[in-house]
Design a protein around this ligand. Sequence first.
Ligand code: ADP
Ligand code: GLC
Length: 471
Amino acid sequence: MKILFASAEAYPLAKVGGLGDVAGSLPKALRALGHDVRIALPRYGMIRDVKEDLGPFRVRIGGRDEEARLQTSAIDGVPVYLVDKPELYDRPKVYEYEDDGMRFGFFGKALLDLLPTADFWPDIVHCNDWHSALAPAFLRTAYAADGRYRPIRTVYTIHNLQHQGLFGRDLFDWTGLPAVAWGPEGVEFYDRLNFMKAGIVYADLVNTVSPTYAQEIQTPEYGYGLEGLLRSRASKLSGILNGIDHDVWNPAKDALLARTYTKTTVEKKAEDKKSLQKEGGLAPDRKAPLLGMVSRITGQKGLDILLPALPRILRRGAQVVVLGTGEKQYEEPLAALAESEDGLVAYLKYDEALAHRIYAGSDFFLMPSRFEPCGLGQMISLRYGTVPIVRATGGLADTVVDITRDAKQGNGFVFSDYTPDGLEDATRRAMEFYRAGRGWKGLQRRAMAADLSWKASAEAYTRWYERARGG
Ligand code: ADP
Ligand code: GLC
């Protein structure tokens, strides 16, 4: 099949979070199955690796013809189309600009308008999250009568329902979508333009990144107001678990580590722990359980329960290393706590290399999320023999099994109550298990043995695309 994979991020060209990992690795896994997959991405300021300029193309939006250029790059052999429109994208960050609505509205239209210049006519346009979600709406409206576009099917993946892309009526008018699209059966949501809703309403099939999250988003607690719509479309909604890129995340070959190791030499991980302790100015105590966290510092990631639980966790003798950036309301108290508590180090920045060192050097990985569509951190940590401590939600519930509940299958520690006590209890159980020593190495090895690669999921995506094509 020919697939155009549209995303606002794709590692290593542009990454903010897990969407970048997925768009940088799923297309590669699909290519390995023989599909002609190509990625489409806006050309941001940090993207320097441009291979070719295929020339200008016209994007009809805002009531006129705008010009953009189509450029190419590649990720591990996967061709990438870059939508070059400097006044919208040539900026240092991917998101968080006042005009994001216009930036990604344009992207949704450009995805279709670039096809003639690319001379690539996909069977499937796969859109991801709100940033590319207008493409299915444009395809069903502006292109409905165009024979070249009619055979194209669109599929839409929800990576995070919290970020829907909500804008005013003026932006809707600017997109040029027909007036009929402004209504409950279209892209309108309480008098605003909702990009995510466009994806859900107009794409042929919709999925999300874990089976549990696909269920959760049909409830008011997780649905952010779209639960009713999602329930009404339940027959075209499914969940496919993400994988991780085994080449990027591989403790046996990871050049960023102090010491590489495998399942059979997992004891060498102690050297990574030692150097992580040294780097953070922590006591060089081999026996102190070291808890790592690499995460956006936001409400989604459980900061509300982590902050009050941390002093208590540290008092039990844990060392904690946190890497992340995000919201001031959480960053500031976290930094203050790191100042006052000896065993806590907080790196408030984005740092790929340090992330690898934390995945390898920690004994445990903390992921106390309030909600988690899939979560890659727990999968990466499993691969590094770093035992995850997670809340049972979304993809965390689908990938981590509590060892105290299932001694044979268990690969981590899981709690359900979204409270500081719930988290503290799970870390207490984890630290007791670690200190008792019995079964610890076995647990690390089991964690490392799991197949978290994209293979099975890429096959599931293939079946999903076939379903969209009516097969
Ligand atoms: P989300 O996409 O919700 O942020 P995921 O667990 O799916 O969560 O993916 C997060 C990805 O981003 C992981 O690859 C993680 O290692 C990476 N990451 C998050 N914060 C940082 C940071 N501050 N520095 C480096 N990598 C980070
Ligand atoms: C989102 C979710 C995360 C998921 C990632 C990739 O950012 O928050 O849970 O792993 O997308 O699908």
